[in-house]
Design a binder for this molecule. Structure first.
Ligand code: FAD
Length: 320
């Protein structure tokens, strides 16, 4: 059976959820072979095996933390040479997309980014993308070489599937460019205790209708009742009410959660571009004609300061 490489996103051995989603998709294409590098790489093997990895290629070296992405590209290139896969799946983070693009260039192949689905096709893996502000869905395949595909978080379910998960040490020779750009400092962002926006299963976002920085507490309270991440429209970010890291849209982050709740957001095309692939969309807006209502599954016409606190209270009551 064909083998499919899955590049593992992990923090000191703790595998991030998008990687488990990639394993679900990889199983549709062939036998998943995971590639885990950096500190804690070997510790990822157990959970990867529980989610279908037949093999886990690991390599631990200080270079992965000390330098930018090139050492990871070197490792993936070595894995491609060792395995001859039909596809390489990488999570669509900023780093993942850079790694994928560099890898495709190195191996003379093509890259498809921000896929929302991947399936086996007669002539090789086929990736589905949502394009033009999510107005169209396209299906593409890489016509030459190994298909390098980045997949948006939350595009597939996490499914348990026990496999051997045999751990093998990957032989990696770092290229000359690997140590070209050194990381001089890392400053962890202050933790909000909420999930990462692009990975969250639920996102609650606020727009200009929220009216001010303090009023975002209403959005945050709903988010916390659901264990959700908080997003914001560009209007809210430009007004200084919420940090740019929370901006959803064309010039912000692209999210694809199971549930997206937009409050006081009109639904401009640039905002839709970052959230339209969400599985279920709910909007709360006092203007019944707001364009956001064209794409929602559930819409509430009303003042968010009436609706959102009631919703939060109801959810908290039901949680007990
Ligand atoms: P508005 O359009 O002003 O809408 C506010 C909404 O809140 C209205 O529908 C109103 O009815 C409702 N409202 C007001 N008060 C209440 C209340 N009390 N209760 C309930 N509803 C209420 N935008 C993004 O979001 N992300 C991007 O990445 C992005 N990138 C852009 C890139 C470019 C090149 C350009 C030109 C624009 C970009 N924009 C982006 C901006 C985009 O065009 C819109 O201006 C922006 O999304 C509007 O934000 P909003 O919906 O919060 O504000």
């Amino acid at each position: 059976m064909a083998e499919v490489l899955v590049f593992v996103d992990h923090a000191d051995g703790a595998v991030r959820k998008p990687t488990l989603e990639l394993l679900t998709l990889a199983r549709r294409l062939g036998d998943p072979v995971a590639v885990a590098v950096g500190a804690g790489a070997a510790a990822t093997a157990g959970v990867l095996a529980e989610h279908g990895a037949v093999k886990v290629l690991t390599h631990e070296a200080a270079e992965y933390a000390d330098y930018l992405v090139v050492p990871k590209v070197d490792a993936l290139q070595a894995a491609v040479a060792a395995v001859s896969p039909v596809a390489v799946l990488v999570s669509s983070s900023a780093e993942g997309k850079e790694v994928a693009a560099r890898l495709a260039l190195r191996i003379g192949s093509g890259v498809i980014t921000d896929a929302v689905d991947v399936e086996a096709g007669e002539q090789g893996p086929v990736a589905t993308q949502s394009v033009f502000a999510a107005g169209f869905t396209t299906k593409s395949r890489v016509s030459k070489g190994v298909a390098v595909i980045t997949v948006k978080p939350n595009s597939a379910a996490v499914e348990a599937a026990a496999a051997a998960g045999t751990v093998e040490e990957l032989a990696v020779t770092f290229s000359e460019q690997a140590t070209g750009t050194k990381v001089t400092a890392r400053t962890p962002r202050e933790s909000t205790g909420r999930p990462e926006l692009t990975e969250a299963a639920v996102v609650v976002s606020g727009g200009r209708g929220v009216g001010g920085a303090e009023s975002f507490a209403v959005i945050e309270a709903l988010a916390d009742s659901l264990g959700a991440a908080v997003g914001a429209s560009r209007a809210a970010v430009d007004a200084g009410w919420y940090p740019h890291t929370a901006q959803v849209g064309q010039t912000g982050k692209s999210v694809s959660p199971q549930l997206y709740i937009a409050s006081g957001v009109s639904g401009a095309i640039q905002h839709r571009a970052g959230m339209q692939t969400s599985k279920t969309i709910v909007a709360i807006n006092k203007d019944a004609e707001a364009p956001i209502f064209d794409l929602v599954d559930y819409g509430v016409v009303g003042d968010l300061f009436d609706v959102v606190p009631q919703l939060t209270e109801e959810i908290n009551t039901r949680k007990g």
